[in-house]
Write a protein that binds this ligand. Structure first.
Ligand code: MG
Length: 299
């Protein structure tokens, strides 16, 4: 296999894990499925993924096409592939519509939230396949993650959260055996700028030996505010504790509640790229296939 074959294989595994996490996680927003969550039973039918997988597919397509993030091209892909029915946040819905109508993504992203830029979890949620693409190249993963984030999310917290997820995926993708969760956190933190996300990840590292997911989610957050800082530390905690076990990683994450499709997308995208971390075949079959354009260079 060539180096690019390896990159492609890792990115595909991560995107598939991300999509399964997103699709199954989003099932549990349906009140009728609450009981299934408590009992860990799978909802029937076809599970449809949401904006997390749709935008992650654009990130993957960028890497397949260019080998790195070209921000203009990524912005164009997000806008072209924008699918209103996939549950995007209102700010991104509006922004991508304006980009399609000829708006400048740089200005539009910077203007969000009274000029502070978005600190939402929408950039971390789509970046795991990028980290997987740069398996073992944590510095490149961090650098390219930042470029991928600021196309829509310019706030420091969103950038920090995106870097954290990408570096975690990069390190997990390069691993050949079980990783020590605490050491993984230490390696990730080296790349994350000072921020609430950084502090949250440190706190998450201190809670690695806590078994009660409810307590951990109460301290770290689990995406209820849909911010990077109340999403990424918890997602890293759930992923690091369950490397090599997609099933346990998923149920642990989903059980906390919050922004379930996104926390499960991040966890799925990280865990699926490590040894033994693929989703069960039955889960894969329930999940809508990935879009064909994700792994063919964007036209
Ligand atoms: Mg979503």
């Amino acid at each position: 296999m060539t180096a690019d074959d390896h990159r492609l294989r890792h990115a595909r595994a991560s995107l598939r894990g991300l999509a399964v996490g997103d699709a199954l996680g989003s099932q549990f927003f349906v009140p009728a499925n609450r009981q299934a969550l408590l009992e860990r039973t799978l909802p029937p039918g076809r599970w449809r993924w949401t904006d997390d997988a749709q935008m992650a597919a654009s990130v993957a397509a960028e890497l397949v096409g260019h080998g790195r993030i070209d921000q203009d091209s990524l912005a164009a892909s997000f806008a072209r592939r924008h699918d209103f029915d996939r549950g995007y946040g209102p700010a991104v819905n509006r922004m991508l519509r304006l980009v399609r109508e000829g708006g400048d993504w740089r200005e539009l992203a910077a203007e969000l939230f009274n000029g502070q830029g978005s600190w939402g979890n929408g950039a971390p949620m789509r970046v795991a396949p990028l980290g997987a693409w740069f398996a073992g190249e944590a510095e490149s993963a961090a650098e390219q993650a930042e470029l991928s984030a600021t196309v829509t999310h310019t706030h420091r917290e969103a950038v920090a959260g995106t870097i954290a997820v990408a570096v975690a995926a990069s390190l997990v993708a390069a691993s050949t055996g079980p990783l020590d969760p605490s050491a993984l956190f230490g390696d990730v933190l080296e790349f994350v700028p000072r921020s609430a996300v950084h502090m949250g990840i440190r706190r998450a590292r201190d809670m690695l030996d806590y078994g009660d997911v409810g307590t951990v989610a109460a301290v770290l957050g689990c995406g209820r505010r849909t911010s990077a800082q109340d999403t990424v530390p918890f997602a890293l905690w759930a992923a690091a504790r369950n490397l090599g076990d997609f099933t346990e990683a998923f149920w642990t994450t989903a059980r906390a509640g919050g922004d379930v499709d996104t926390t499960c997308a991040i966890v799925g995208g990280i865990v699926a790229v490590g040894p033994g971390g693929r989703p069960p075949a039955q889960w894969d079959e329930h999940t809508e296939p990935l879009p064909e354009w994700a792994f063919s260079p964007d036209e």
